[in-house]
Design a protein around this ligand. Sequence first.
Ligand code: IVH
Length: 668
Amino acid sequence: MSLSREEAKEKIEKLKKEIRFHEYKYYVENAPVISDFEFDKLLKELERLESIYPEFITPDSPTQRIGEQPIEGFESVEHKNPMLSLQNAYSFEELFDFDAKVKKNTGISSVEYVTELKIDGLSIALIYENGILSRGITRGDGKRGDDVTHNVKTIRSIPLRIDDMRRVEVRGEVFLSKEAFEKINREKELKGEPLFANPRNAAAGTMRLLDPKEVARRGLDIFVYYIFINDTEPFDTHYENLKFLKALGFKVNPNSRLNKNINEVINFCKEWEPKREELDYDVDGIVVKVNDINLQKKLGATSKFPKWAIAYKFPPKQVRTRIKDIIVQVGRTGAITPVAVLEPVEVAGSTVSRATLHNEDEIRRKDIRIGDWVWLVKSGDVIPKITGVIKERRTGDEKEFKMPEYCPSCGAKLYKPEGEAIWRCPNVSCPAKLKGSILHFVSRDAMNIEGMGESLVQQLLDKKMLKDIADIYYLDPEKIEKLERMGKKSTENLMREIENSKKNELYRLIYGLGIRLVGEYTAKLLASHFKSLDSLMKVGKEELTEINEIGDKVAESIVVFFKEERNLKVIDKLRKAGLNFYQEEVQTSSDKLQNLQFVFTGELNKYSRSEAKKIVESMGGRVSSSVSKKTDYVVVGKNPGSKFEKAKSLGVKIIDEKEFLKLIGEEK
Ligand code: IVH
């Protein structure tokens, strides 16, 4: 079907309207009228037409929510009207005091208040000009915040256009639902990344991402609670302003209420304290606002908060329980964490039977003993935390906790790096660490053994076919072929990959061993310095720290690693399997880039900016952040910035990643 230009334009307008309507139904009202499939079909059709007629793409088109490219950073911008914070009340008495002050300062004997749920997220200002969302700014310090327009546009409950042509500023709270938060953490856990402690941190972390595609995937949401039009509120009461926001198409929390007096406010707080558990987002209190805007103006504000509003904070969910035992857990990286085993208790809607005690020092500081009665809170509604010991309940039978000397999982002697609080297991083959160690060993930047994915490794562990990383080189192809999702062909490929990896450069092996604090870059330094694994194994701390970039902590970690009997056994097995233990001479003559000046722009595939910088410097070159006539090479990666243009205009030599890798001798 081919359309005329005019027809296409009309069709595009019609589609935009339709999609906008369905976005509203789905994301604001939570009441979709068509299926996701039908919705996607509309969006795809719009994308298709816009790609044929790009001149009809407008900034408020639903296709423009997700920017194509990551941004380089956030620009700091000033708030036209400062974004204030709120004073807190922790008891109903403080709410009565607040009410009394309001009455005294306005001379009015009966004051109406609007109560709203206090959403636990981050506040944001949205600016609309000529009906189009032009900017999203974080609160920052209240006076200046970061321009996060790219990210707020991905939030589908935020309209990209409104039917009001004036300068409209809307404020609200961006948050993640508990469900979205748990999904993000599940994914992080799979990747072995540190988890977010609560939905608020996750929302704030998401807002700081540079890639709008990833932001869109995480599913931020918003409730708005404030509107300025040309710098003042459009209606005489806050409650009417909220209704107006809703009429404009914004998502306003449906649980707000207009109260005749402070007693009704207090009832609202009492009602919501237990009820908030039923919501799919975190609420940490109730915001109480004077309804009459003229009264608000009369009351004014301090430099930090308005005098016409207050936040009633819910009491922390604290419960008492008893510590039955203190055990230790071995993490994937070998960190040993003491954990309190508790008499199970209900707190904030879930049963808690364990709480981390972080480390030995923390236990001493809080004087926590086995058998103690303790206070437990769920901080940020997620991680249970012991806040204190109820010493009055001690009977004298409580026992002090002693850190074990040996790893509970493998029996290796634990060690604690100087100046650190955490004990560690030094054994690479410790079963508790093994899966992570193996996945690291075979990963692309280490031994690069393709085909050894997570599910295969798990099967090999379950079948006890891998007890340490060296076992990879002693696998029996006949047994592998019989595993789930494996066949003759894939087994052959895998065996070839394993065989080929024996010839890898030395640094890959050093990195792959998973020595704590030894990343790819340090592994390269060590390989080019010591030339063989055997000399590295014999080296002492002093000799290591003589290398410019190796500090005390890294040196100690290396020495401890090669002292551990179990590691030596694994290395011996690797040697017997025929792995390359030597650095070939050709690589990294460290004056290769002597006196050459580099500038990087855009992303490289293989190295981060700081790794690339270290490499250049280790070869005698320098890296500068701006292009000038003195620049010898501008290295251009994906999505280069303005430096690329500048290099062209100055006639500086421009090279791509491949050429850069050649220069540093990593590609031929
Ligand atoms: S009104 C000048 N209403 O709580 C009035 N704030 O502790 C400023 N918040 O910075 C805020 N829900 O991030 C308001 N319904 C609500 C809110 C709310 C959450 C946040 C907001 C503010 C913080 C103050």
